[in-house]
Design a protein around this ligand. Structure first.
Ligand code: MLT
Length: 411
């Protein structure tokens, strides 16, 4: 028989969202009439922006002629999209990021896991707790951790707790680490990092020769103009950080698939002999070997995000979801719950009512309100006692869900 990757056996439960889906399916099989509202997984609900649809339709038609047909595209993405991204998302904010440093992909979830291909074993890794589970599970799968303990924390990882007591701001690691995962605006807590806080991380990384993997998938939801959208807004970050971005949440591409990873030229790691090696070349090599690029049609759709109409439509989408977040915050506060996040991010992080842990509150809401959220403990041991609600849904569903949650808590 073939030998399996035994690291998979170290993984605790199923991946969080399939596990939730499994429980919801069991409930709805038993209660087929229950009108379930899903505020669990952060999947968007509103239609694709018109500008993106128009661009994709045109691209489909182009593909219908011999002259306009596109086969394999560049593994790194078409230059016109990489240039639009570099100019609008980075250079316009004062970040010196060039098109060459942008790698278009089919998702920042995949990229944040795939990046481990170019990083060696033996790196000391820091993650926040709670954390987007992909960062941890992909390290477990790649054999970069020990076993999980009773609380579900893996040996070899440095967990940096973020909670109400520390304002959801992780302290810099007290033990030296080589690789640091940061996500701002944060999934799951909805917290953001100020320029000073990010500078603290960049200074730490530069001082300790560490690499920051910065997940900025939710940057479009930042409302406060003083907050940084990119790690590269911080001086020195080109020398210590890789950034992940996505079209999923701002432009509704969760089903369409388009994202990007920035690997600055001159960002170095070291080989087993201590010789410096540029990470850009390794990631480029990895992508050329294992990835054939995002479809021409989808990249044309993503490019349309940057035209005048596209920008206005994406802004409107973000504003719509942020109004949902404001409704969730105010209705849950009115119900006596303690809420965090949801002001610069599409996630509201809620303290569970007294006497209920994260999965207990999940079950209560599913059974009494037929509303699905995400148990905080699914994001890590320090997420216990919290619960995440996503603002990605229709207005009618959000209002209905809030009414039902209020009734469920009162009852
Ligand atoms: C979430 O709910 O945390 C997101 O959907 C995760 C993702 O974007 O992969």
């Amino acid at each position: 028989m073939v030998l399996i990757n035994g690291n998979y056996l170290k993984l605790k439960a199923g991946y969080l969202f399939p596990e939730i889906a499994r429980r919801v399916k069991a409930f709805s099989d038993a209660n087929p009439e229950a009108p379930i509202i899903r505020l669990g997984i952060g999947d968007v609900t509103e239609p694709l922006p018109q500008a993106c649809r128009d661009a994709m339709k045109t691209a489909v038609d182009e593909m219908g002629s011999r002259e306009g047909f596109h086969g394999y595209g560049p593994e790194q993405g078409y230059l016109w999209l990489r240039e639009a991204i570099a100019s609008h998302d980075f250079q316009a904010r004062g970040c010196q990021i060039s098109a060459e440093e942008i790698f278009v992909s089919d998702g920042s979830k995949c990229d944040s896991a795939n990046i481990l291909d170019i990083l060696g074993e033996g790196n000391r890794i820091a993650v926040t707790d709670p954390v987007y589970p992909v960062y941890v599970d992909s390290n477990v799968m790649a054999g970069r951790t020990g076993d999980a303990d009773g609380a579900g924390q893996y040996g070899g990882l440095t967990y940096l707790p973020i909670n109400a007591e520390n304002g959801f701001t992780a302290q810099l690691p007290s033990e030296p680490v080589d690789l640091i995962y940061l996500c701002f605006p944060n999934n799951p807590t909805g917290a953001v990092a100020s320029r000073e806080q990010l500078k603290g991380w960049v200074d730490y990384a530069l001082a300790h020769d560490a690499l920051i993997l910065f997940d900025a998938a939710y940057e479009a939801f930042i409302q406060d103009p003083s907050l940084p959208h990119s790690i590269y807004e911080i001086e020195g970050a080109r020398g210590c950080a890789i950034e992940f971005r996505s079209f999923s949440k701002n432009a509704g591409f969760t089903g369409t698939r388009c994202a990007l990873t920035v690997v600055p030229r001159g960002l170095m790691g070291k080989d087993a002999n201590g010789e410096a090696v540029e990470l850009w070349g390794l990631w480029n090599r990895r992508q050329c070997t294992k990835f054939n690029g995002v479809s021409y049609i989808v990249q044309r759709g993503a490019e349309a995000v940057y035209c005048t109409e596209g920008q206005a439509q994406v802004k409107a989408l973000v504003a719509f979801y942020m109004e949902n977040a404001a409704i969730i915050r105010s209705e849950l506060s009115a119900a006596g719950l303690q809420v965090f996040g949801g002001e610069q991010a599409p996630y509201v992080w809620v303290k569970t009512p007294a006497g209920l842990d994260s999965w207990g509150f999940f079950d209560q809401l599913l059974q009494r309100a037929h509303v699905v959220g995400t148990p905080g403990s699914g994001f890590g041991a320090a997420g216990e006692g919290y619960f995440r609600l996503s603002a990605f849904n229709s207005r009618a569903n959000v209002i209905e869900a809030m009414g039902r949650i209020q009734a469920a808590i009162a009852g």
